[in-house]
Write a protein that binds this ligand. Structure first.
Ligand SMILES: [Zn+2]
Ligand SMILES: [Zn+2]
Length: 300
């Protein structure tokens, strides 16, 4: 599981930084979270293939989190997409997308399946690869965070060992589930001889624009990586509170309280050119802090 940052700035693009967007990749499948202006261009720049994106999550209706969406969904159609695309967002996102398509007399060549975000914490997506829950955060308008949990795929097959013991590939699914192999003549091959432990399922929490709040701590407890916005430095804590945003230190406090293993900071105000102080301030509270850099993929 890894997260790639496509945009780590807040409302205005500045110093080469873009509005919010990021992808989470699991077993080759890509989930897009937020889609600020320029997202499809950033995807091209960093080799994220739209064909691998089947789920897009939009946290709230501030433009820096979705103004790139009409362009991306239109390009997918022009490029011949036929597979359904699941779009999760606030209920008032749908009429906006519909109006944009209608005004251009555009009919997408694939089904765009819209899922309105529920007011409370709920299971949004459940695929063979992952689950996603949304949860409300505290911002000037309705705004949501997302908890992404990768599923285990069972034990990992050791193909050479299987070949050595003459185990046919039809049996691999049962080996993944931990069963021993019983051959035609009744001979048994112990599972641990031909498999090893699979990867531990990981958890990633994305806390979009939010005031410092402990209201969702119970949902993100123990995540492997926490993305938390840090629009401001501590000297601007008053401004952060007035605008329903957080400081780097507040994000670090949430990481501590949530027992997160790593903290990824983003959504930086365009007033800051140098982001090093974000790291200094946050690391004074939580040493596992990373100041996100666009184009970098972080292992979770
Ligand atoms: Zn924002
Ligand atoms: Zn916002």
């Amino acid at each position: 599981m890894r997260v790639t940052i496509l945009g780590n700035n807040s409302a205005l693009p500045a110093f080469g930084r873009h509005p919010t967007a990021q992808t989470v990749t699991m077993y080759g499948e890509v989930v897009l979270i937020d889609c600020g202006e320029g997202t499809q261009i950033q995807m091209q720049r960093y080799g994220i293939k739209w064909k691998n994106v089947n789920h897009i999550f939009i946290s709230h209706m501030h433009g820096d989190h979705y103004f790139g969406l009409p362009g991306l969904i239109n390009s997918m159609s022009l490029l011949g997409r036929t597979a359904p695309l699941n779009l999760y967002g606030p209920a008032n996102l749908k009429p906006i997308i519909d109006a944009i398509l209608q005004a251009a007399n555009t009919e997408l060549k694939y089904p765009l399946v819209f899922h309105a975000l529920p007011a409370e914490t709920e299971l949004l997506a459940d695929t063979p690869t992952f689950t996603v829950h949304s949860f409300p955060v505290v911002h000037g308008i309705d705004c949501y965070g997302f908890l992404i949990e990768m599923k285990t795929r069972g034990r990992r097959i050791l193909p050479e060992k299987c070949m050595e013991h003459g185990i046919p590939s039809e049996y691999f699914e049962q080996l993944k589930q931990g069963k021993d192999y019983v051959g035609a003549a009744g001979e048994t091959i112990k599972n641990e001889l031909v498999t090893e432990d699979g990867p531990t399922p990981k958890k990633y929490a994305y806390c979009s624009d939010t005031l410092f709040t402990e209201s969702f701590l119970h949902i993100i407890q123990g995540v492997d990586m926490l993305y938390h916005e840090s629009t401001y430095l501590e000297a601007d804590a008053d401004k952060a509170a007035a605008r329903y945003h957080s400081t780097a230190i507040q994000a670090a406090k949430i990481a501590v309280l949530a027992n997160a293993k790593q903290l990824l900071l983003g959504h930086f105000s365009s007033k800051y050119k140098d982001l090093e102080i974000f790291a200094e301030e946050a690391m004074s509270v939580f040493s596992g802090t990373i100041v996100s850099v666009e184009g970098v993929a972080y292992d979770i």
